[in-house]
Each structure stands twice: as structure tokens, then as C-alpha cells.
Design a protein around this ligand. Structure first.
Ligand SMILES: Cc1cc2nc3c(=O)[nH]c(=O)nc-3n(C[C@H](O)[C@H](O)[C@H](O)COP(=O)(O)OP(=O)(O)OC[C@H]3O[C@@H](n4cnc5c(N)ncnc54)[C@H](O)[C@@H]3O)c2cc1C
Length: 279
């Protein structure tokens, strides 16, 4: 199938893009890498009157470094991160995640903002940014908002973004030199979306010990105090201390019933803990 006919604009500024989206109402849509929207247009699952291509807006590709955080523009691609064009503020976690997304052709065009806005529960940044405690900065003609990454996604393919609101950037707290992380995703074939994600970070400099359970067909489960999953604070043996019942209770609470998916998620988290211990 082919897309319905639509108008196309490629503004050079954020102000122009948000104005076009506001004027276009619910029939206007932003497009970035087009790796998800493109197939949806072809299948006519999306039938916009106007596409606003945001990839010429230089502000959406900028990277700002501060002592405590790094802010990356929404149109930074997975390949930009994989290839190290973005400074490493997370001791390699960002590049590791980026390098496992889909395959290279998708990574060359797919963007972090597009991935978060699309809110596919199996997408990697949807789990990895909340794991890191990131914030999402948005922009609309009404002004800017800062939203914790873990609350941006409401449910499968649904976010709290307004129809004319763009993701401008993602703010990531830096991991200290003593921080450790583990991120494990299971997919059957190379290039596929994961069927389960488990992630851990521990940063002794600020006491952060977080975990994520992702690709669970809804927003990921983010555990701000991962000690509850391991019967106590982080140490090198956490892999052996994983409290399976505590993890399964969290999955129960989210309605994750499928036994295979539950076991896969559990194993992903255990392996993430092992990866963090070995780091
Ligand atoms: C074969 C294949 C395999 C894939 N495998 C994986 C995988 O393993 N892991 C993974 O994480 N991802 C995977 N993806 C998804 C891909 O990585 C992209 O991240 C994703 O397609 C969205 O990014 P995009 O820039 O292409 O967004 P687009 O397709 O351009 O847009 C997607 C949606 O986001 C909106 N949007 C785009 N940018 C913004 C913005 N800045 N603000 C607000 N709204 C915005 C659009 O309006 C649209 O609704 C895969 C994709 C394909 C085609």
C-alpha cells in the first residue's frame, strides 16, 4: 500500500515546527528518522494531512555538557551514539544500548526523540532512559516542559505528549567513574526488537541503585530503589541475591501473565546484575 497524499514541510527552526504542528491540529505529524512512521504511513495506520520533518532543525541535534548531566537533542540518531559522536557520560551504557538497536540502516536514521515519542514498549530507549533517571525536555507553542522519562510513556504506543508538542532533548545524569551497569535484552534474531529487557545501574557516588524491566507490552517497570529486588544494597553478589518473588510480584501487578515472558524478564534482570558485577 502507499500513503495517503499529505503536505510536507521541513522547517529550520523549532518555533516554526511547533507553529506548523499547532496550526495543523491533530492531522499534522512530526517526522524524524521515519523508521516507524514510514511503515505506518505505508500501511495507512497513520493518515496525516501534513508531515513536519524536524531533521533540519540544528537545535535538535545539539549536545550540551554540564558537570552533572549531558543533554542530547531529540534528532540525535542511534548511530551517532553508537559511533561515539556523543560524549560518553554513562560509562558506555548509551553506546552499548544504541549498538544493539535493530540493524545499522535503522540506526543511521532512527532518532532518540522518535523512539521515545513512538513509545513502542519493546524499544530500547523507552527502558534505558528511565533506568538512567533521564528527563525529557519538550517544546510546543505554549512553552517548554520537563518530564521524567519514566512517566513520559503512559501505555503501549501512548505518551503524555500533546499532539503539537515536540521532544526537544533528553537530559541524562552522568554516571560517576565508580558506577556499574548491566543491560540485557533478549531477541530471537539479530535486528529484532527485544522480547525482554533487564537493566541495573549502581552509582555509589550518589547512592543510586536502579533497575528496569522492559519490553513487557506496556510502559517499563522502573524500580528506583533496586535494593527491594535483591534483599539489600548493591554488592558484587547481587546476581545470587535476586528475589524472584519480588520481581514476579511486580510483573503480576502489571498484568504480565505469560509464563515464558515472565521467566525471560527474570533471566534478563539476573544477567544484567551479573554484567554489572563483572564491570
Ligand atoms: C526493522 C526495525 C527494527 C527495529 N528494531 C528496534 C530495536 O531493536 N530497538 C529499538 O529501540 N527500536 C527499534 N526500531 C525502531 C527505531 O529504532 C526508531 O527509533 C524508531 O523507528 C523511531 O525513531 P524515528 O526517528 O525513526 O521516528 P519516526 O518514525 O520519524 O517517528 C515515530 C513517531 O514519533 C514522532 N516523533 C518523531 N520525532 C519526534 C519528536 N522529536 N518529538 C515528538 N514526536 C516525535 C512521530 O510523529 C511519530 O509518531 C526498529 C525499527 C525498524 C524499522
Amino acid at each position: 500500500m502507499k500513503p495517503v497524499a499529505f503536505d510536507y514541510e521541513r522547517p529550520g527552526s523549532l518555533d516554526e515546527a511547533t507553529r506548523l504542528l499547532a496550526e495543523g491540529g491533530s492531522m499534522a505529524k512530526a517526522v524524524a528518522g521515519s523508521q516507524s512512521l514510514g511503515p505506518m504511513l505505508n500501511l495507512r495506520l497513520a493518515q496525516p494531512d501534513l508531515l513536519v520533518d524536524i531533521t533540519a532543525i540544528s537545535e535538535l541535534r545539539t549536545v550540551t555538557e554540564r558537570p552533572d548531566l549531558i543533554e542530547i537533542g531529540a534528532c540525535v540518531t542511534h548511530a551517532d551514539i553508537e559511533d561515539g559522536r556523543i560524549p560518553d557520560a554513562t560509562r558506555g551504557l548509551l553506546a552499548f544500548v544504541a549498538g544493539h538497536i535493530a540493524y545499522r540502516a535503522v540506526r543511521n536514521r532512527g532518532t532518540v526523540g522518535g523512539s521515545l515519542a513512538h513509545a513502542d514498549p519493546a524499544a530500547d530507549w523507552v527502558s534505558a532512559f528511565p533506568l538512567l533517571g533521564a528527563e525529557v525536555v519538550t517544546q510546543s507553542s505554549r512553552g517548554a516542559r520537563t518530564i521524567p522519562a519514566e512517566t513520559l510513556m503512559v501505555s503501549s504506543f501512548v505518551t503524555g505528549l500533546e499532539h503539537d508538542e515536540l521532544i526537544r532533548a533528553v537530559r541524562l545524569p552522568r554516571l560517576s567513574a565508580r558506577a556499574r551497569w548491566g543491560y540485557v535484552r533478549f531477541n530471537h534474531k539479530a535486528g529484532e526488537f527485544p522480547h525482554a529487557i533487564g537493566g541495573i545501574i549502581h552509582d555509589p557516588e550518589n547512592g543510586r541503585f536502579r533497575a528496569v524491566l522492559g519490553a513487557i507490552e506496556s510502559a517499563p517497570i522502573v524500580v528506583a530503589d533496586a535494593a527491594i529486588l535483591f534483599g539489600g544494597p548493591y554488592d558484587r553478589d547481587i546476581e545470587k541475591r535476586l528475589d524472584e518473588r519480588a520481581v514476579l510480584d511486580l510483573l503480576d501487578a502489571r498484568g504480565v501473565q505469560d509464563d515464558y515472558n515472565r521467566r525471560l524478564t527474570l533471566v534478563a534482570l539476573r544477567r544484567a546484575a551479573a554484567q554489572a558485577s563483572r564491570a
